[in-house]
Ligand binder design. Structure first.
Ligand code: FE
Length: 301
């Protein structure tokens, strides 16, 4: 049995502009609508899981929940006991909350930075395979989870202790460098073969810096880049490749201001042989903020 978390199972977003999010998530990201409530709330899918993203309208304009999967009821009891022993307050999810998420059981808690988490088991699968008319090759997900998230952490040592010692994440590697004048000190953690399901470097303005979705085919990254340009989605980092997870990707802004990364080609981690290391650059090439390359007015040349 896995020690703790096995994957990033779902994320909830509370967004100011629900209609913009519906267009963005379906037409730019290529996700499918699994359920739509009377108030317009959406549950979106990208693989066999019934839903991977929950989006509802509200003032927060940020992540409303990070849903982390554990293997089964016994694993949930085990990780809950470990958290409780360290003084973490756990609130059992109601039957209604479990039904909305299509899971068998969940507990709710906060990480040391105040990020709202849910630990759950028994996610239901959709009877029909997911086919996106936009991302026709589909996504790398299933047992690797929906993707990864880079979260806000008020204190790196405290967050590392919480996620590794209590939730069972394993260190993948670090990136320490300067990026356009800013000191970067990022740590990456895995819960399955995906190089990282979680990363953090310090406090962020919102609960996440970005979440990442991984396509099965390289061309899907270029196609999503084109869809972003055509839809007026602000590109934040151009196409590039990271040295640690080898992801070929770009970054752009969601309608709520935090970013998404759309990638391909992430490497797999095998715990039996993996040695954490440290990299001195965020990217081997690319991932440049395009605003840096705006042509300067004649007078400044
Ligand atoms: Fe990323």
């Amino acid at each position: 049995m896995a020690y703790g978390i096995t994957q990033l199972g779902y994320m909830g977003f509370e967004v100011k502009h629900l209609e913009a999010w519906e267009r963005f998530s379906t037409q730019v990201l290529g996700l499918g609508i699994s359920e739509r409530e009377a108030d317009g709330s959406l549950r979106l899918r990208l693989d066999s899981y019934k839903q991977r993203l929950f989006i509802r309208e509200g003032a927060l304009n940020d992540v409303s929940v990070f849903g982390w999967e554990v293997a089964d009821e016994a694993a949930l009891a085990e990780v809950s006991a470990r958290l409780a022993a360290r003084g973490v307050t756990l609130t059992p999810g109601s039957a209604e909350e479990a039904a909305y998420r299509n899971v068998q059981g969940l507990v709710k808690l906060e990480d040391p930075s105040g990020n709202p988490l849910e630990l759950y088991f028994g996610a239901e699968r959709h009877p029909e395979p997911f086919v996106s008319s936009v991302v026709q090759g589909g996504f790398v997900a299933e047992e690797q989870g929906l993707g990864h998230c880079v979260i806000s952490a008020r204190d790196k040592a405290e967050a590392t202790d919480f996620y590794c010692e209590l939730l069972g994440f394993r260190l993948s590697d670090h990136i320490r460098c300067t990026f356009h004048g800013h000191a970067v000190d990022l740590s990456f953690f895995h819960a399955n073969a995906r190089h990282h399901s979680l990363a953090f470097g310090g406090p962020q303005r919102k609960r996440i810096h970005h979440f990442m979705l991984e396509a099965r085919h390289m061309d899907e990254v270029g196609l999503c880049f084109d869809r972003s340009l055509n839809a007026g989605v602000p590109i934040m980092q151009t196409l590039g490749r990271h040295p640690n997870d080898r992801m070929f990707s770009f970054y752009a802004k969601t309608p709520s201001g935090f970013q998404f990364e759309f990638g391909w080609g992430g490497r797999a981690v095998d715990d039996a042989t993996w040695e954490p290391t440290e990299y001195q650059c965020i990217s081997e090439w690319g991932h440049h903020p395009p605003m840096v390359f705006q042509p300067k007015p004649e007078a400044q040349r």
